[in-house]
Ligand binder design. Structure first.
Ligand SMILES: [Zn+2]
Length: 174
């Protein structure tokens, strides 16, 4: 597998000056190191991972989103994908989701919120010139992750300021 740090460093746990600097600049975080070390070990169990590239892990409220290069997860048959997801979840003790860094922003967002379905996407220009992307999902019940988590991942992976709305909301009891 390809990592943002040297595989050799991951194996030995001693980081060369280049990797050390990435860690110091927080381009590579504690959770990245933990997940990369695990993936490095899992490569023996999942040989299809060997041509994959790990990008980053985003953590939100004890949910971890592990992001790979676009196309990498397609190579991993579904049962292995869920097996890998389970192994990672157990090892880091967080509900884990595997994602691809799909280049097209709307496709990335669709993958992120799946099995909920995006029925509308709007761009809203804010007074400070920044842009907010508002997506409308079919049904709140179909969103398996927290809407705040979706926004955090969209921001960290794609730089998108995301707002999530729903066509149908879960009925709340008062
Ligand atoms: Zn290194």
């Amino acid at each position: 597998m390809e990592f943002p740090v040297c595989s050799f460093d991951l194996k030995t746990g001693i980081f060369c000056p280049t990797c050390e600097q990435k860690i110091r600049r927080r381009e590579v975080t504690e959770i990245d190191l933990k997940v990369m070390k695990l993936l490095y070990d899992f490569e023996k169990t999942f040989p299809q991972l060997s041509s994959s590239r790990y990008l980053k892990t985003v953590v939100h409220d004890s949910h971890a989103f592990v992001v790979f290069r676009e196309g990498d997860l397609l190579r991993l048959p579904f049962p292995q994908q869920s097996n890998l997801r389970r192994k990672l979840s157990e090892a880091i003790n967080m509900e884990t989701r595997l994602l691809e860094d799909v280049a097209a922003p709307n496709r990335f967002l669709q993958e992120l919120v799946s099995p909920a379905r995006i029925v509308a996407v709007n761009k809203i220009w804010l007074p400070d010139q920044s842009v907010e992307t508002r997506i409308v999902l079919d049904d709140e019940r179909n969103l398996r992750i927290n809407a705040d988590a979706a926004s955090a991942v969209a921001k960290e992976v794609k730089g998108i300021t995301l707002r999530v709305d729903f066509e149908r909301r879960r009925r709340r009891l008062k």
